[in-house]
Each structure stands twice: as C-alpha cells, then as structure tokens.
Design a binder for this molecule. Structure first.
Ligand SMILES: Cc1cc2nc3c(=O)[nH]c(=O)nc-3n(C[C@H](O)[C@H](O)[C@H](O)COP(=O)(O)O)c2cc1C
Length: 413
C-alpha cells in the first residue's frame, strides 16, 4: 500500500504538521469521516483507490488468542489463556507465568514490559497484573476449581520502585468441585476497551451502577459514578489537560511513540502496544509524512490535531472511579481485580468502559492535575488515591479486540 498522489512543497509540510497521533488511542477502525478530516479540505489528495483497497482490520494472527482460549485442555493453560485477555496499560502485557511447580502458577511481572515514564512506580502495571489474576481465577472456577492467591510471596516492591521481575502472586489450584462457575466467565472474550465516541447522555441501568459499587466494596475500594453534567465538566477539562501534558512532555510522548505498532506487519510481529492500522496513517507513515518520534509542541497545529482526536473521549454517560485509602501494592492489584470485574459486568449489560489514566499518573509534571482530579471526584488527595478513572457509556461504533501475544510467549515450563 502506498500513497500515490501526494503533492509537494507547502501542502506536504502542512500534512506532516497535521499527523501527529495520540499517545493512548488505538486507531484500528477509523471511518471515512475521519479520513476526510485528516486530509483536510482537499489541500492534499491522497491515493484514493489504493487507500480504499487497504483494510483497517487487524491481522488475524494477532487476535488468535481471543478465540483460542476456550480450547485449552490443561486447566492452568485454560486459566492463563483467559488471563492474558485482561485489560492492561498500553497493552504491554507485562506477565510471565511460571508453571514449573505442579498445581501452581507463579505470576512474575515482566521487567521488560513496564512504563517507567508514565507509570514510574508500576502502579498501573500492577493493576493490569491484578486483572490478569482475577481472570485466571474466574477461568479456574469455570473448570470447578477454587484458587488460593498468595500475593507478593517474595515481598512487595518498595513504594516508588518499579516491580521489575517481582513475583506478583502464586495461584494454588484447589480440589475438583471446590468452586462453582461464575456468571462473568462468558464475558471474558467479549470484553474490549472501546475507544470510539460514546452515545450522548444515554443513562446507565441502575442495576449496573449498583453492581459496580458492590464490586469495588468487595475489594475494599471506594468508588463513584459521576453522571451529572456539572460534575462531569471539570473531569473533562482535567483529563483533557492531562492528556495534553502527557503528549507535550517529550519523555512521556516518546514512551508511547516507541510502542506504536504501525501497519499489519508490525502489529502481527509485536502483538502488543498501540495498534495504528488505518489506511491513512499507514500511507502517511510509509510516505515518511508521519513520524511518531516527533514530539508535539505547545501552540502548534500538530498538537491541535492530536487534541482533535481526544474529542470523542469526552463523550459518554459518565465516569466511574475506583480509589483506595492507602496506596500500597495490595491496593493496586485489588484495583485491577475490581476494574476487570466491573468491565465484565459492563460487557454483560451491553455497556462500554474506557480508562482515562493520564491525570492519575505520578510523573512530576502531572502533580497539580493529579490533585485536581482527586478533588473533582470528591476525594482528598492526601487521604485517598484514585486508582482507575474510566468514561462509561455506549460505544457508537463496534470495535473488536486488541492484539495479544500467544500463550506460549508468557510461559516458563
Ligand atoms: C491500569 C490501566 C490503565 C489504562 N489507561 C488507559 C488510558 O489512559 N487510555 C486508554 O485509551 N486506555 C487505557 N487503558 C486500556 C488499555 O489500553 C487496554 O486495556 C489495552 O489496550 C488492551 O485492550 P483491551 O482492554 O481492549 O483488551 C488502561 C488499562 C488499564 C488496565
């Protein structure tokens, strides 16, 4: 696929300037409207026929784990094949599963798959690990086995240290018939983080809101659902500003840029990170007109373009938040367990959930917005820590799964 008829000179520069992409969105299925907006007023004519022939569909190999999970005969592999479908920051999939001891799974945090700039203490990475363990336990129950979880058997990492190589949990499998199957298992392979626009103001069912509150409480967390316009407005403003900070801070932008997988070959090779697969983006990248390593500058039209792509993230029915009183490592994994259950509950109810984590991040430039987002949801930042903030509602476009590495890549046998 190539861009056929790009014109040169000034128009070319305009195009380069326009095509910074956001750090945290997947770009797997943009519609024609987006294509037209990107091209902008016909100043540049990009390869109509060739682009139309390209597909945004992700390569099948990268999605295979979503359909393979159910077919695993061995119980521990069945558990792990479902666990690896967990939501996790930047789709880093930071997990290693050691199966060398029969009847147990040792989950180790993969030190090569951390986000040291945007997640300097590994809080979000451990939330992803908590979600992984929860899905493993739900899958074990599906096979009739209860799981005993020993968290951080080798000790917890220091509060501000990255959990590099940390043994996060040992899962010990119970006897046959020790657990009944749960209602949420069926949602594991149906759950996806939809990053498109959500329907405006469509109310969420009261049952779902109550289920989310009960889930958070079951894991010792506080939670809230913000749905009134007066309270949502400051959250929108803070999350937007936080995103702008992440995008204009060179080291945090570049951390995401390095994880951009552009086009089917890169997506199929890595099966992680941020998938960018729209025909337009691929054409620009191939033509050298989109350079992910160029950091958007404040006041530039390139930053404006990045922020334009944030706009759909301000749509939805509300914001769900989860918070802990302390901020220790057990709170992080508990937040992951609660978050993934809440997302499965949303999936069962036909609703969608999309975390917006920038304002919660611990790097220095985010400090004042981090405090502001706590106050915006009614928390004292000195007394509680927001662990997850997600917009919730109903996606207006159906989007499919994100890539996953194959099960074998995680295993130590
Ligand atoms: C702790 C955590 C933080 C996340 N933060 C964001 C975020 O700020 N923006 C975003 O678009 N997605 C965020 N996500 C969602 C991930 O991008 C998503 O789970 C991952 O790409 C895998 O896709 P899936 O959930 O559809 O399987 C977050 C997920 C977790 C667990």
């Amino acid at each position: 696929m190539a861009s056929r008829s790009l014109d040169g000179g000034t128009a070319m520069n305009r195009l380069v300037d326009r095509h910074h992409l956001p750090a945290t969105t997947d770009d797997t299925a943009p519609g024609r409207r987006q294509f037209i907006r990107l091209v902008g007023g016909g100043a540049v004519l990009a390869a109509g026929g060739t682009l139309a022939a390209c597909s945004s569909t992700l390569p099948a190999a990268a999605l295979q784990p979503w359909t393979d999970a159910a077919g695993q005969a061995d119980t521990r592999r069945f558990m792990l094949a479902h666990a690896l479908l967990a939501p996790n920051p930047h789709n880093r999939q930071p997990w290693i599963a050691d199966l060398r001891e029969p009847g147990r799974i040792h989950l180790v945090c993969d030190g090569e798959r951390l986000l040291p700039e945007t997640d300097p203490h590994g809080r979000q990475i451990l939330i992803g690990c908590g979600a992984f363990v929860e899905l493993a336990a739900i899958a074990a129950a599906q096979r009739g086995l209860a799981v005993t979880i020993d968290w951080f058997p080798g000790g917890t990492p220091a509060a501000e240290a990255l959990p590099k190589g940390t043994r996060v949990a040992t899962l010990v499998l119970g006897e046959a018939g020790s657990a009944p199957p749960g209602a949420l298992f069926a949602q594991i392979a149906r759950r996806h983080t939809r990053k498109t626009a959500y329907a405006a103001g469509k109310p969420l069912p009261g049952d779902l809101a109550r289920a989310w509150a009960a889930t958070a409480a079951a894991f010792g967390l506080r939670s809230g659902l913000v749905t009134d316009e007066a309270s949502m407005s400051p959250i929108r403003k803070i999350t937007r500003e936080a995103y702008e900070i992440e995008c204009t801070t060179p080291r945090t932008w570049l951390e995401s840029a390095r994880l951009m997988r552009i086009g089917p070959d890169a997506i199929a090779t890595h099966r992680d990170g941020i998938s960018l697969n729209s025909p337009m983006v691929r054409a620009l990248y191939t033509a050298g007109l989109f350079d992910p390593m160029e950091v958007p500058q404040r006041g530039s039209s390139s930053l404006q373009r990045v922020m334009d792509r944030w706009v759909p993230f301000e749509t939805g029915s509300g914001y769900l938040w989860l918070a802990s009183s302390g901020n220790d490592r057990l709170a992080h994994v508990a937040s992951g367990r609660a978050y993934v259950r809440a997302h499965l509950q949303a999936t069962a109810a036909g609703a969608d959930m999309h975390p917006l984590s920038q304002a919660l991040q611990e790097f220095a430039e985010m400090r004042s917005l981090r405090e502001a987002v706590h106050r915006a949801v009614g928390l004292d930042p000195a007394a509680a820590t927001l662990q997850m903030l997600a917009r919730v509602g109903y996606a207006t476009e159906p989007t499919g799964p994100s890539p996953r590495r194959e099960l074998g890549a995680l295993l130590r046998t």
